[in-house]
Design a protein around this ligand. Sequence first.
Ligand code: NAG
Ligand code: NAG
Ligand code: NAG
Ligand code: NAG
Ligand code: NAG
Length: 454
Amino acid sequence: MGRRVGLCGIMCSPRGVLGWLLGITLTLVILSLSKGPIPMEVGLVINRFCPSLWHDMKVRNVFALKKQMEMNFSNQAIIKKSYNCSSLINPINDPSAIPEGVPLAFSIVFHRELSVLATQLDMLVNGARHAFCIHVDAKAKPIIRDSVHRMANCYRQRYPGITIIVPNDTIPVYWGHFSLLQSDLLCGRRLYDSDHDWQYMMSIAGTELPSVPLSILESKLLSLNGRSIIPSATPSGPHFHERFSHVWELDLKPTTYSRPNRISGGDDPKRQPKMTQSKIVKIPPPHNLVILKGMRNVILNRTMVAFIHFHPVAKNFLQWMSNSMIPEEGFYATLARVRIYQDEFVTQDLEAPNDEEILVPRLAFWEGHSDPCFGGYVHDVCNFNTQDIPNLVNATQFQTFLFLNKFEATKDPLAPICWRSHVESRLSLIPELHSTAVKGSSLDFSDMKINYNT
Ligand SMILES: *[C@@H]1O[C@H](CO)[C@@H](O)[C@H](O)[C@H]1NC(C)=O
Ligand SMILES: *[C@@H]1O[C@H](CO)[C@@H](O)[C@H](O)[C@H]1NC(C)=O
Ligand SMILES: *[C@@H]1O[C@H](CO)[C@@H](O)[C@H](O)[C@H]1NC(C)=O
Ligand SMILES: *[C@@H]1O[C@H](CO)[C@@H](O)[C@H](O)[C@H]1NC(C)=O
Ligand SMILES: *[C@@H]1O[C@H](CO)[C@@H](O)[C@H](O)[C@H]1NC(C)=O
């Protein structure tokens, strides 16, 4: 008893409480009135890396800024904006300024982050040149799905002739489960069947943002001269093997997700259907394929897309993958090295270099590696917040990654907008960036280090 009083002490006395309140209020007032640099890390980050954001708004108060961001870029705000196309679309690319480039198709697997999707499209749409297919998770709330349809209609109005497909026959997507790969392939097929003349198809998630201005992305792909980029490496450690050694099953009964998970908002990721490994040993892969490890982000030319969708070897392999764990990280990587000879003899070129030595489609900060993460990890991947921006700027300064994963506005609505602002600020440097991007006919990435996703 005496102890409790002791602990409470002055803090709990009326004067003490008054003092605390006064102190907190004063700090807030000082912070909000200060005209100079905000003495807070977030303020400093915004000031330095989100210049256009900072100056355009003439808001020097980080709290007010965050509040506005939450109001303007929350899912609710985007839903509202989807009824008014002119407030929804804020493209950063000027079609008349970007020279004719390589037409692309984007297969986007989308769940619920409307504001990240809106930012992603603002950054990727270039008039009617590129094609998009957005797979909306069948579990997404109807209001989210309807907003994506309205968003697509806004783009069709703004850029007549644009290919933007939002399939209705979508599937529920669960982390770790085959459905993620299926949803990507569903959109891939729609884009293949469309009459758009894309040269490359890129698989991305609705929570990724381009790392570079679109014209740089286009020129990187142009310099590939038609070849695909499919990361593919020999996996290390037993964990990867376990994903394909036994049959995995989706337990649809919501359970508490077994890892600490600091995300809140939206549907609760702590209570999700979980993948469990059964005791059933899987039969060996068809054609004696060696399972290799890559990532879901691939850059495919038309030949490769046709191979993946229609060739019997790919179809057999897809079927075999359907009861494995995180199949999207093995599917493309394994098929990338398949060679089929005239006599239908199927083998794999395990000696060929990893395409990541040419171009890395995506950067993520993985848990357990040296990259810091302020936003917190979900499924081992850092969900960026504003304080992660300086590290992203640094990581992308000397090496090109096409996309950054992952942004969730429910985690920090400022981070995607801040990243967009950073990329936008690089648009003015484009002539200079171009000259380094397409120097010579082949790109020299010999000094590149790949230190993630292992
Ligand atoms: C938020 O929206 C309001 C009204 O459209 C606008 O005046 C303000 O500049 C926006 N703020 C930000 C941070 O975009
Ligand atoms: C739609 O958005 C534009 C731009 O933000 C705004 O000027 C206009 O008033 C809005 N229209 C309606 C009907 O809300
Ligand atoms: C898909 O659903 C949307 C909204 O419910 C509708 O407007 C659209 O016509 C449908 N598309 C097809 C191809 O059925
Ligand atoms: C398409 O990509 C595959 C895989 O990189 C490559 O073998 C093939 O040569 C490419 N096709 C063309 C036409 O460049
Ligand atoms: C910037 O990136 C380089 C290379 O990736 C790394 O060695 C360095 O520590 C980073 N600097 C900061 C300040 O994070």
